[in-house]
Design a protein around this ligand. Structure first.
Ligand code: DAT
Ligand code: MG
Length: 142
């Protein structure tokens, strides 16, 4: 086994749709562990840090508008190959292509409102977790 930790966000549209619980349940049913969890409202500054890889792209301003448009839920998810497993459970970035049974495939229809974020690599996960959580907020026991 290869334990990893990843950052998951339920985006404002996911909170609005009332699917926080379903998303958490899917991860728990799969055997992944939630080791940190909070609801928050991102500032534009913090949103720009989160999405720094997309600065300068045509969709960047709309992405920041969207992710700051309402409360989000941030969590740290841990388990065997959690980064990859969460990405697979999320479905493709563009929900039009996402398979039924994935989170985006079940709940989203447009790329601008795709319900969930998950870190895409080990380096991204380490960087992104620090944007949302202090080390003392993460339950690293057992
Ligand atoms: P992901 O969220 O699957 O990691 P990403 O990192 O490429 O995808 O992009 C971050 C978010 O930006 C994505 O969830 C939705 C938005 N986005 C990406 N490409 C886009 C595009 N071509 N048009 C509009 N929004 C886009
Ligand atoms: Mg990404």
């Amino acid at each position: 086994t290869m334990e990893s930790t990843t950052l998951v966000l339920v985006k404002p549209d996911g909170v609005q749709k009332g699917i926080i619980g379903d998303i958490i349940s899917r991860f728990e049913r799969r055997g992944l562990k939630i080791i940190a969890l909070k609801m928050l409202h991102l500032s534009r500054e913090r949103a720009a840090i989160h999405y720094e890889e997309h600065q300068g792209k045509p969709f960047f301003d709309g992405l920041v508008d969207f992710i700051t448009s309402g409360p989000i839920v941030a969590m740290v998810v841990k388990g065997n190959q959690a980064i990859k497993v969460v990405r697979t459970m999320m479905g493709t970035t563009n929900p039009v292509d996402a398979l039924p049974g994935t989170i985006r495939g079940d709940y989203a229809l447009t790329i601008g409102h795709n319900v969930i974020h998950g870190s895409d690599s080990e380096l991204s996960a380490i960087r992104e977790i620090k944007i949302y959580f202090d080390e003392k907020e993460i339950n690293r026991l057992d």
